[in-house]
Design a protein around this ligand. Structure first.
Ligand code: ZN
Length: 446
């Protein structure tokens, strides 16, 4: 409103000035050196107005020209961007199809149009991986790790590269940087845990596993088992330093986390004090962890005991009516044989042979015939039967199938962590899915 009033007043004033000038033409004389220009006032005003108009137009044209290249550049850049995005999309398709050469060409094209863009770097790195050009892939991941928007992605690539190069310390450094960048990221924690377990850094692994075990994840059986194994390994390291109290504490923590974890139960027995409480401890451990290794550990509590005394003690501990009949009867049969209690041994072995006996039962029967009756023919008969019977469970690596007498945290053959499982070799070749990648089974804390 104000603006239109202002315009109206301005036009009115200009019209008035025009009329006044027409009525009073007057003369203007300009003298410059030898030149004299004479004109009327109205012409001078008109010339001034036209000059001002031309100047205004020129200034606007100049401004438009100045902004022009940008506008033109914008259209050009948008076309370039479109081509770059097309190249990235083609590259991703090539990667998914495993077309290494196509991916490489697309990466070059994308880099030409979208120099240094995050997606371009990712495509270039993936194409390099597909072409098995590890050095180039590492360069691209390094570049990604330098940019805030792609740092985490770049670090992930660098971790995987370092792992492929078997540079575990390098991978840990990258993973720790990723953890500092985005604390609590699921894949970072799992990666760190896996690396620390590989490098036997159980102190660090314990810290990370506690961080993973927050909330609902704490009740996850796979995670509880993993933490039991870590505590057990820490107990062993304390034992090396002859710190028995700490070792026992850690073994007990491991046993609480996973009562079925045999090595922890065995270690608790080994470290237990020979006092009045030990009988109770032995029954509790046998109830939670019935296993042949635990039988040996219980027997070893009294190294100077005679076989007869051991058999008497075994009868108190291994009660076939209270728990797993098979394992209790087997422990008693062995103890009776060692104590040369032939009748008792036969009684336990007969019970065992009624219920899908494994090879060990026939081997013990063969032993009995030979020792009690010196009957080689009967003994041989049982030996032959033992070869046809199902195999007994043993510590078997889920990764490479190696058989071991004792459990160890890393398979002596393939170095896989916690891959030794107490199981029957007859259950097929290698059970890759059972517990090979235990860390994969751990859910995210929520
Ligand atoms: Zn193995």
């Amino acid at each position: 409103m104000l603006r239109s009033i202002y315009l109206f007043v301005l036009i009115a004033l200009l019209a008035l000035a025009g009329v006044w000038l027409a009525d009073n033409p007057g003369n203007v004389s300009v003298r410059w050196d030898a030149y004299v220009i004479e004109t009327s006032m109205i012409v001078l005003v008109a010339i001034t107005a036209i000059t001002a108009l031309i100047l205004a137009i020129l200034i606007n044209v100049y401004k438009w020209l100045r902004a022009g290249p940008g506008r033109l550049g914008g259209a050009f850049a948008s076309r370039k961007r479109g081509r770059g995005l097309d190249a990235i999309s083609n590259g991703m398709v090539a990667i998914a199809a495993g077309d290494a050469e196509g991916a490489r060409r697309a990466a070059v094209e994308a880099e030409k149009h979208l120099k240094g863009a995050p997606m371009t770097l990712l495509l270039a790195a993936q194409a390099a991986e597909l072409n098995q050009d590890n050095r180039a892939a590492k360069i691209y991941y390094d570049k990604m790790a330098e940019k805030p928007e792609t740092e985490l992605m770049g670090l992930r690539g660098l971790i995987n590269r370092a792992k492929s190069d078997n540079d575990l310390q390098g991978a840990i450094t990258h993973a720790m940087r990723a953890d500092a960048l985005k604390p609590g990221t699921e894949w970072v924690l799992k990666e760190l845990l896996e690396l620390q377990l590989k490098t036997r850094d159980y102190v660090a692994a314990k810290g990370i596993s506690s961080r993973i075990a927050r909330g609902k994840a704490a009740r996850n059986p796979a995670l509880k088992h993993l933490r039991a194994v870590i505590n057990y390994q820490l107990a062993l390291s304390k034992l090396d330093k002859e710190n028995i109290a700490s070792a026992l504490e850690l073994a007990e923590a491991a046993h609480r986390m996973d009562p079925a974890f045999v090595p922890a139960a065995v270690l608790i027995l080994k470290l237990s004090a020979a006092d009045r409480k030990r009988d109770k401890l032995v029954s509790a451990i046998w109830a939670s962890t019935p296993h042949p290794d635990v039988v040996d550990a219980i027997k070893n509590l009294m190294p100077l005991e005679t076989e007869g005394d051991w058999f008497t003690r075994a009868k108190r501990i291994f009660n076939p009516t209270a728990g797993d009949h098979g394992i209790n009867n087997l422990a008693l049969a062995k103890a009776a044989l060692d104590a040369r209690e032939w009748g008792e041994a036969r009684k336990y072995l007969n019970t065992l042979s009624k219920d899908e006996p494994t090879a060990v039962v026939y081997r013990l029967l063969a032993d009995l015939e030979e020792k009690a009756n010196a009957d080689a023919a009967a003994s041989r008969k049982w030996i032959i039967k033992s070869t046809e019977a199902p195999q007994d469970p043993t510590w078997l690596c889920n990764g490479c199938g190696r058989q071991e007498i004792r459990w160890s945290a890393h398979c002596p053959s393939c170095d896989r962590f916690d891959s030794l499982n107490w199981r029957n070799a007859d259950r097929g070749e290698v059970e890759g899915v059972l517990k090979v990648e235990i860390i994969e089974e751990i859910p995210q804390a929520s």
